[in-house]
Design a protein around this ligand. Sequence first.
Ligand SMILES: CCCCC/C=C\C/C=C\CCC/C=C/C(=O)SCCNC(=O)CCNC(=O)[C@H](O)C(C)(C)COP(=O)(O)OP(=O)(O)OC[C@H]1O[C@@H](n2cnc3c(N)ncnc32)[C@H](O)[C@@H]1OP(=O)(O)O
Length: 304
Amino acid sequence: MAAAPILARRIARSGVLPLCCRPPSWDRAPRQPPGLPLAPCRAFSNNKIQVELDESSGVAMMKFKSPPVNSLSLDFLTEFSISLEKLENDRACRGVIITSTIPKIFSSGLDIMEMCGKNVEHYGEFWRAVQEMWLRLYGSNMVTVAAVNGSSPAGGCLIALSCDYRIMAENPKFSIGLNEAQLGIVAPFWFKDTFVNVVGHRIAERSLQLGSLHPAPEALKLGLVDELVPEEKLLEKASAVMARWLALPDHARQLTKSMMRKAVLDHLVAHREEDIKNFINFISKESIQKSLRMYMEMLKKKKS
Ligand SMILES: CCCCC/C=C\C/C=C\CCC/C=C/C(=O)SCCNC(=O)CCNC(=O)[C@H](O)C(C)(C)COP(=O)(O)OP(=O)(O)OC[C@H]1O[C@@H](n2cnc3c(N)ncnc32)[C@H](O)[C@@H]1OP(=O)(O)O
């Protein structure tokens, strides 16, 4: 466990080469000729994320398993970035499906405790890890499909928004959205840009100002998710969608993805340090700390 902060610092300081700056790895996994025995499944599991790569299809299944709510702590974010990096560098992997092992929760977003009562150095390290995760996921050369099998507020929604395709369980009790305004905080420009790129400016403006969490059927209407399916069919559907996307030549799809996302990625890459300073200044304000504490109390009261 003591290695985690060191690892976090290492990965955070190493800098990321997002999609737009990396040479595309074209046609990564050759299709296995029919008749050969199935290629083995390779798995690696850290504390909070479990990954299984099926070499015959080139598809990895990434499952969040950090109870109680898959909150995005510094350790979680570090594991997430490392897992993405491993898959990105693995020529056998062409796509990743992201889902959760926790019933009813995809991810509860950034871990609020990482933003409460800590020192400036910690805030900087944490925010760099949030940036790193997004740069890797939004800039990934792989096909990324989010199988959203539970609620997905704020940072959880950002993960889904950063994928190429979103399928959500059709349970109206599950909601998704960038609800930062409800916590008295502000979604940074790159959360906003990712949201706008998915749902368009007007819907994003209204939803962000109100800090809305949209129940699954509403999320579908807004285009925030691409389809709803019964929960038990979610992974089957995600695999079918993945197969359709992987049927295209990798290089054409990757260059198209890069063209669509480059401006937004470049914006953060060019302003990374300034963005970290803004976060530190913002989150260190006593009024913001008070809002976050009140929000956490409200969450605890809701339980009792
Ligand atoms: C112009 C100037 C601009 C400058 C801007 C610069 C920078 C930007 C600044 C800040 C940006 C920050 C961006 C933040 C993004 C985020 O992601 S914030 C997190 C938002 N998340 C939420 O609001 C979710 C809150 N949680 C819930 O709604 C529910 O917990 C749930 C996920 C729906 C699950 O509900 P349920 O199953 O009923 O579980 P509980 O509510 O009982 O929760 C269990 C325990 O987990 C704790 N917890 C829940 N969420 C979080 C979280 N995100 N972080 C930490 N802990 C969390 C909860 O308190 C319970 O704990 P206990 O068991 O009571 O100890």
